[in-house]
Design a binder for this molecule. Sequence first.
Ligand code: CAA
Length: 262
Amino acid sequence: MGYENIHVEDSEGIVTVTIDRPKSLNALSTATIAELSLAVARAFGDPAAAGKALILTGAGEKAFAAGADIFEMTRMSPPQALAFSELGHRLCDALEALPVPTIAAVNGFALGGGCELAMACDLVYASENAQFGQPEVNLGVIPGFGGTSRLARRVGPQRARELIFTGDRIDAKTAQRLGLVLAVFPPGELLPNCRAVAKKIAGKGPLAVSQAKKVIAAGSDLPLPAANALERQAFAALFGSVDRTEGMAAFLEKRPARFTGC
Ligand code: CAA
């Protein structure tokens, strides 16, 4: 099946998914979210996905995604809004649960659902023209794809309250200062830099990267002793992997490791 609202490119294991509705600033309609969910499941649904990485970005020069599709939302009843919110949450949860690293390449507006989608990615990089915000209160609603929880976890509850209560937009440098963005690049350099990071990570032990992702995510919601217990379990489990034998042998033999994800 082809896609109407996104396109997907798989180059050397780096899967780039581009939201492609530039006329509506890549607004997230139901169909777009369903296609994103399908693309993610297709690209990473089997063990052969080990060692891959995902980059999520927007088509055109203006937007990553300017939020949920407002035209579609004008017609929604509360039960329909709940189903729409659940769809967005499922996509964001699926991104967080992927066993591979995910990178948001934010190339313009990342507002509302767009900001929420970026925050569901492991790493967020932005172009100089990017703007972030949760402007839902301007529409009489609140974030619906996890913004109240993920923004608070990323920038702290007080700053999240300010951004969500005011609906203010912040530029890329401010987002970087707040810890929402890791680095800011000129527009033409954003994707090449994201690909370089993705490639670097994809060259590491895939089981180790995926365990690190899992332990950081689970551990951040746990008290320190429980988080550290998870780390010990994962650390020990990796000693049963072929990749551990290979990685350590490669170090001793002074050669690059050939990881297989086993
Ligand atoms: N949904 C649907 N269409 C959208 C859209 C959205 N979220 N954002 C922009 N568009 C459309 C505009 O309607 C416009 O279409 P037309 O050319 O057909 O009129 C086109 O994209 C270009 O937009 P503008 O002319 O407004 O461009 P601008 O440069 O003047 O402004 C903007 C850009 C500041 C991003 C402005 O478009 C804007 O404020 N958009 C809405 C942002 C927003 O409120 N997002 C949150 C949505 S709610 C949400 O996401 C809930 C949730 O958490 C799940």
